[in-house]
Design a protein around this ligand. Structure first.
Ligand code: PLP
Length: 428
């Protein structure tokens, strides 16, 4: 690893800050009047920290000593041999504390919150992964935390609710609307309107009103900074392609941005193809060409919406990709042709997952498995001298319920039934 000199911030961390908050036609800041001072305060502090080498060093030291960074770049020799085409390397964000890239952002924003003198952080969460990361850093840095989560999502992801509470956070269920992520976002903003003097909103992905996309991309840039050093070390040259799954866009931007100056490196974002292009059950806003520009949740991007501009319901086997919008930065990079979008269906993901488990002994999260499946779609056309990097955004053991269901594992079903009847016996 290159040892970045004390006081310096890698160039890659600072590529995505927009002066006016727009990325081409996307981005902006459509916020209630009352939150203007809160956004101004964050913008001012963000402007300071992104030039403050000491802050960056503190951030990196905490990541190193608490979260286990740098995460390795693993050469997937058996997977490579399976296809007998491009060499495959895997960036191991699954080894980050709490099992995914989400901690990078939560930790960075919690440090930012402390610098602004805040004592409390709040967050929205869909699947619960960002909520767990936020509750974790709140505990570590001595902040109080409130996490908003749709009631429906709480039911689907109860294990994460359990951990958030045990980590000391307050979890507030949102009972209106579809009781999912978008309602949790609204409720977090409602809290913030009356609490921003003491409270920072730790937004979970590279979306939302300016400057959040830039802030999240800044903190996630550590992934690409490490990856670029590591591939140069391992292979002596830059990769031909980098693949990442895209929910809101944070792990993708995190790994992509170090490669932006190198046009020869192809960047591929893989969305949730769900039950396929012809079903309406997917979350492929860009790859299936169905997203349309619109303004919602404080920013302008490509949203999946019907002809009246109503947000569509999205679907994915991977809860973290089940989102109706996408980072405005990625919407712009797609339009400019710098990032190509693909989609992987649930069926492709389940197949890719089994291959990765059996050849590499790795269990990628269902989200991350979309990046693998996207790479596998292209690999037949690659040559043996090519290099593919796949960003494994998180680990899959959290997905045991969904994976077992996806694989229709009868023994697991029996286990759940037995557990269930044990509980019933005890409560009788
Ligand atoms: C949340 C999550 C994602 C999706 O979020 P992005 O902001 O698009 O990165 C992807 N992978 C994992 C493991 C996640 O937990």
């Amino acid at each position: 690893m290159t040892n970045h000199a004390a006081g310096s911030i890698p160039d890659a961390a600072n590529t995505l800050v927009s002066e006016n908050g727009y990325y081409g036609a996307y981005g902006g800041s459509f916020i209630p009047e009352i939150l203007v001072p809160a956004f101004a305060e964050i913008s001012r502090h963000f402007e300071e920290i992104r030039h403050d080498g000491d802050f960056w060093q503190r951030y990196c030291a905490l990541l190193a000593n608490y979260s286990g960074r740098p995460t390795p770049l693993t050469y997937a020799d058996r997977l490579t041999a399976h296809f007998d085409r491009a060499k495959i390397y895997i960036k191991r964000e699954d080894l980050n504390h709490t099992g995914a890239h989400k901690l990078n952002n939560a930790l960075g924003q919690a440090l930012l919150a402390k610098r602004m003198g805040k004592t409390r952080i709040i967050a929205e969460t869909g699947a619960g992964q960002h909520g767990v990361a936020t509750a974790t850093v709140a505990a570590k840095l001595g902040l109080s935390a409130t996490i908003y989560m749709g009631r429906e999502d709480m039911e689907r992801q109860y294990a994460n609710v359990f951990w958030m509470k045990r980590l000391g956070a307050e979890v507030v269920g949102v009972d209106y609307g579809s009781q999912t992520l978008k309602d949790a976002i609204n409720e977090t903003l409602r809290d913030w309107v009356s609490s921003f003097e003491t409270t920072h909103y730790v937004l979970g992905t590279a979306s939302g009103a300016h400057p959040f996309p830039a802030i999240v991309a800044f903190f996630q840039s550590i992934i690409g900074v490490e990856t670029k050093d590591q591939i140069l070390q391992a292979a002596g040259r830059l990769p031909d392609r980098v693949y990442a799954c895209v929910g809101g866009g944070s792990n993708a931007l995190g790994v992509f941005q170090a490669f932006f100056p190198h046009d020869e490196v192809g960047l591929v974002g893989v969305e949730a193809g769900g039950q396929g292009r012809d079903s309406s059950n997917h979350a492929a806003r860009i790859a299936y060409g169905e997203g349309k520009p619109g303004v919602a949740q404080g920013y302008r991007t490509m949203f999946l919406q019907n002809s009246d501009g109503q947000m569509k319901d999205t679907y994915s086997i991977a809860a973290g990709l089940d989102y109706v919008g996408v980072s405005p930065i990625l919407a712009d990079l797609s339009e400019k042709g710098r990032v190509r979008f693909a989609a992987a269906t649930d069926a492709e993901v389940v197949e890719a997952l089994q291959l990765v488990m059996k050849t590499e002994g790795l269990i990628p999260a269902l989200e991350s498995t979309h990046a693998f499946a996207g790479a596998f779609q292209d690999i037949a056309e690659s040559s043996k001298s090519d290099i593919f990097i796949i960003n494994m955004s998180g680990r899959g053991d959290k997905d045991i319920f969904n994976i077992a269901e996806g694989l229709q594992d009868e023994e697991w079903k029996g286990f759940i039934k037995r557990k269930n009847s044990q509980f019933e016996d005890q409560s009788r």
